[in-house]
Design a protein around this ligand. Structure first.
Ligand code: 4AD
Ligand code: MG
Length: 429
């Protein structure tokens, strides 16, 4: 295989040839400095007029931004270069001289960049974010496989809702009505009864009319579900899981985090145990901070941020009012007006990254909830079956990938954490 820029360190003193794009070029008289990228990294190529064939010099001069080429040269160590290496160019074979590239190296407005997302992802910043996203995905799979979970894939086309009907994406399924999955959870509960400890990792669709920096219409969710696991153990697994992912990114993505000027000290600190407060305590805390909120109301983004500010790690908010949470959450036996659930709020204002709970396992209570929520027993017969044939205590949670990427990379808006974001007003490109 021909080398990539990320592997260039093992070719010091040797001549290499690889494919690249021209990111930028500077020249000072008899030397041209080519900033080359190949997707795996960046390296500076030095073309010295007196040392190369005149054709190579000309070829270098003709390269426009984002032109594609094969470059040949000798690798040498260069302390001042971000990559630690430099290429003494001996040959340039242009593949294509690019037309005038729309994204110049100056600042552009967000809408312009979003319209050019297919090109914007080539920029060093976007590349760093998407590389970290890939590392997070790898760490997620590693964590669950190492801990004996099986990967299960729930359907994306579903006949019913899992998280309430207000955010459902409707489509036709021949003559039937169908919806894009809002959560695989209900199916994962069935899978946990078959395989014990399972997780899913898939696209999730919510027709949310929210235009905030934390909301996407299409996002990716990781949903573990575990038989014989109660609320307490559910939280332990969550803090182990989130800490594993953060520490793994610190281990493998230093260069990207530094490039993004992420304060990594804040991430180093992410280790179990995580602080926990109850919903009641959170309401109290918010009132002390002057927020206008009453018991029974859900938290808005500013409330979550204010709570997070009181802690230097992700914080669990537990025991929300039964009224404002999903139908399947198990009430606290000592206090049925609250449920055995937790939201995990990321530090530094990145908001809720996990929602999870112990599930109702008693058939009678589940039937009662169906009545209260007006859910059709016929449509969800299969789900009710799980409470008839060997029901067991079980718990699970859902981690939003993009909010996690935003937090770990220190990216303000989730639109930059997914290759092609689907937003309230955006389906292009
Ligand atoms: O809190 P949510 O709605 O929980 C569920 O869907 C459960 N069924 C999960 C489970 O227990 N298996 O969503 C889980 C997480 C949120 O904490 C958030 O990180 C992310 O999914 N999320 C979104 N991310 C981006 N854009 C949106 N519109 C999101 N909605 C939820
Ligand atoms: Mg939630």
């Amino acid at each position: 295989m021909q080398p990539t820029i990320s592997q260039i360190g093992s070719y010091v003193g040797k001549e290499v040839r690889f494919g690249a794009w021209l990111f930028n070029r500077r020249s000072s008289g008899k030397i041209q400095f080519l900033q080359l990228r190949d997707g795996t990294g960046f390296i500076q190529g030095v073309v010295a007029k007196n040392d190369v064939d005149p054709q190579v010099w000309e070829n270098a001069r003709n390269l426009t931004q984002e032109s594609s080429l094969y470059v040949t040269g000798t690798v040498r160590e260069e302390e001042r270069a971000p990559s630690g290496y430099e290429l003494l160019v001996t040959g340039i074979e242009p593949i294509q001289i690019a037309e005038k590239y729309p994204i110049s190296l100056k600042e552009h407005g967000t809408e312009f960049l979003m319209d050019h997302r297919h090109l914007w992802i080539r920029s060093p910043r976007q590349r760093a974010i998407l590389s970290i996203r890939s590392q997070i995905i790898q760490a997620v799979h590693e964590f669950f496989y190492q801990n004996g979970f099986k990967k299960v894939d729930p359907p994306i086309l579903t006949p019913t809702s899992a998280e309430g009907t207000t955010t459902l994406f409707h489509t036709k399924y021949f003559d039937e009505d169908a919806y894009l999955s809002q959560s695989g959870q209900l199916y994962m509960e069935a899978a946990a009864m078959a395989l014990g400890r399972v997780y899913s990792f898939g696209p999730t669709f919510r027709a949310e009319k929210s235009k905030t920096r934390r909301h996407l219409i299409e996002f990716w969710m990781i949903e573990p579900e575990m038989a014989f696991v109660d609320h307490e153990e559910n939280l332990k697994i969550q803090e182990e899981f989130v800490s594993y992912v953060v520490q793994d990114v610190l281990k493998h993505c230093r260069r990207e985090l530094n490039f993004l000027t992420r304060d990594t000290a804040k991430l180093e600190n992410v280790k179990p145990p995580f602080p926990r407060i109850t919903y009641d305590e959170a309401i109290q805390l918010l009132k002390e901070k002057g927020h206008e909120i009453e018991w029974g109301e859900d938290f808005g983004a500013p409330d979550e941020t204010a709570i997070a500010e009181s802690f230097d790690k992700p914080v669990f908010i537990t025991h929300y009012p039964t009224e404002i949470k999903a139908f399947y959450m198990k009430p606290d036996p000592n206090r049925p007006e609250v449920v055995l659930c937790a939201d995990l709020i990321a530090p530094e204002g990145y908001g809720e990254i996990i929602g999870g709970s112990q599930r109702i396992d008693e058939p009678e209570l589940m039937l009662k909830r169906f009545e209260e929520h007006g859910l059709s027993k016929k449509d969800y017969q299969w789900y009710l079956d799980l409470r008839k044939y060997g029901t067991v205590p079980h718990s699970g949670f859902g981690l939003g990938l993009e909010r996690t990427v935003a937090w770990i990379t220190g990216t303000e808006h989730v639109r930059e954490t997914i290759p092609f974001p689907r937003l309230l007003n955006r389906l292009y490109p």
